[in-house]
Design a protein around this ligand. Sequence first.
Ligand SMILES: [Zn+2]
Length: 324
Amino acid sequence: MKQKKVELQAPDISRWAAGNTGVPYVWQFDSGKPGPNVMVQAVTHGNEICGAIAVDWFLEQGFKPEKGKLTISFGNIAAYARWDPEKPSTNRYVDQDLNRVWGDDVLKSDKTSVEIERARELVRFVDEADFVLDIHSMHEPCAPLMVCGTTGRGADKAVQMSKRIGVPQYLMYDTGHPAGLRMIERGEFADPDSPRTAILVECGQHWEKLAADVALDTLMKFLVDTGTLSREVAEPHFKSELDYSGRQRVIEVTQAVVAKSLDFKFVEDFTGLEVIEKQGSPIAMNGEEAVTAPYDKTVLVMPAVSKQWTLGTTMVRLGKLIEG
Ligand SMILES: [Zn+2]
């Protein structure tokens, strides 16, 4: 698999290391006025630098919330510190995926890892937040998409929020990851009856220039939707070419294919959002087991063609277009 071109430059975020919350790389700003508690996180995965670019810019601009509180965090700072543009696939995490450790079964256990310890530092901010935006990108060159959480477990409110924001083009209901709970699924975010809402934007391929534009655009539109920034302040930074208002498409993932073997091979170099026309068509070999399209017009979501993976990793999600 040939290496994707690195078009983005990872900013030096060490100037934000001190934070102002007692936790490194976490900044919180209080407007002093009533309003929601809003959190934005970048670099949950160490090599997804678009979020670092957007958040670094945002902090440098000195934006402050007009209502409520705003928390800005850099997630997996230890992995980010290992960024090497010559080996950009090697620092997704240090010990384990930071976005699979957000269940109390992990955080309140005696397990430990670089990522579990970082999540223990961050979790109080997550638990205080009414609205969360978690900024990611993808290994394969794939159109940006919003991961709205799990069907029946809070994804509807995340889809509604994403439609108000109008970005990106694809919104996704999914099935979660057997390997562990994501930040956007923690606590009330997964409760359809709670107004607390968390969204996870996949801004495009990790190192493509577009990903930084999508990250920044989504960040500013999210902060307007939550009332944190006024439209007048944020709108000059919107990217009009990225506006998909009224044209967004919703994918419902029905199953996640998890690696049961280290000998997992896709039948083609898929990149994501391919539509497999016929039920039963081959998609991959999971060791000895064939993975085939479960229905006509199966959409492939985020195939892990060449990222850092292990047994239990979600290798691809399979879904259907449900509207749009
Ligand atoms: Zn990610």
